[in-house]
Design a protein around this ligand. Structure first.
Ligand code: SAM
Length: 283
């Protein structure tokens, strides 16, 4: 089968956020290739990684290293160029800005009146959600889980009441400890580990966190991982008795301060606690 030719694209000045493959190099859209080909400048995390991808598709381009630690002058120069020409931002893999650099650049470009366009494509979080069989009508992507046990637990506790699937990026060496932490908090929730998506050893394994921890203790995982946690079941005991905590805080402070105290203690959203504190105060 002959591949379709690239769509005609006359470069138009602006900033283009282009998604690139997360493993399988075939996962790049025709539009992404056309935009990469027509770009005056491609800003990227690592010029070697992006150079390899461009080489594969016979695209020659001027590359500029740019990550979130780049000095403001570098971003300013890139934005200036986007006033006159098509400038692309890519990351090493997947969709830029999704646990990858680009947020500052996009924000500053928009503030400078530059047209910002997203050329959609691979994103590990979305691919994992699409294949895991966990509820997908509502989800919360929370990036990487913290490395330290206490911080990880606090982050998970703060997300305890989210009525949707939780999606995290995880690394192979940390997977087992994270699963054990989840098993302790939520022994009955359904969990999925989506590993090496789009690559030769792709797998998506589901079960309780304890069962998955046992599996990965026996078969240490390799490669890149998305960790998903299903929403709370109706029978799940709440991690925090927020009403009791709020009542105790309200005995000593007004609703605003009480919400702040409990938010700090539990990691739960302050605005939601404030609304509940007002209800408790009223009732
Ligand atoms: N921007 C990327 C995206 O759109 O998915 C994510 C970049 S983030 C720095 C890298 C993390 O994404 C990895 O540590 C892993 O958790 C996840 N990831 C990336 N590629 C993956 C793959 N092929 N399979 C599973 N997870 C992947």
């Amino acid at each position: 089968m002959a591949l379709p030719t690239l769509p005609a694209w006359e470069p138009i000045a602006g900033l283009y956020i282009v998604a690139t493959p997360i493993g399988n190099l075939g996962d790049i859209t025709l539009r992404a290739l056309a935009v990469l080909q027509g770009a005056a400048l491609i800003a990227c995390e690592d010029t070697r990684v992006t150079g390899k991808l461009l080489n594969l598709y016979g695209i020659k381009a001027r590359l500029q290293r740019l990550d979130d630690h780049a000095p403001p002058e570098v971003r300013a120069r890139v934005i200036d160029e986007a006033r006159q020409a098509a400038v692309v931002l890519v990351s090493d893999a997947g969709t830029p800005l999704i646990s990858d650099p680009g947020y500052r650049l996009v924000r500053e470009a928009r503030a400078a009146g530059i047209t910002v366009t997203s050329i959609p494509g691979p994103c590990a979080a979305v691919s994992a959600l699409a294949m895991a069989g966990l509820p997908s009508d509502r989800f919360l992507f929370a990036g990487f889980l913290p490395v330290k046990d206490k911080a990880r637990r606090e982050m998970l506790e703060g997300l305890a009441d989210v009525a949707g699937t939780l999606v995290f990026y995880e690394t192979a060496p940390r997977l087992e400890r994270s699963l054990l932490a989840i098993a302790e908090l939520w022994p009955t929730r359904e969990v999925a580990v989506a590993r090496e998506l789009t690559k030769l050893h792709e797998e998506c394994r589901t079960g309780t966190a304890a069962a998955l921890a046992k599996h990965y203790a026996a078969h240490p995982p390799k490669g890149e991982i998305v960790l998903l946690i299903g929403p709370p079941g109706e029978d799940e005991a709440p991690v925090h008795d927020t009403d009791a905590l709020l009542r105790a805080a309200l005995a000593e402070a007004g609703p605003g301060k009480a919400a702040g105290i409990v938010a700090k203690e539990t990691g739960i959203d302050r605005a939601a606690l404030y609304a509940r504190a007002l209800e408790l105060k009223g009732g």
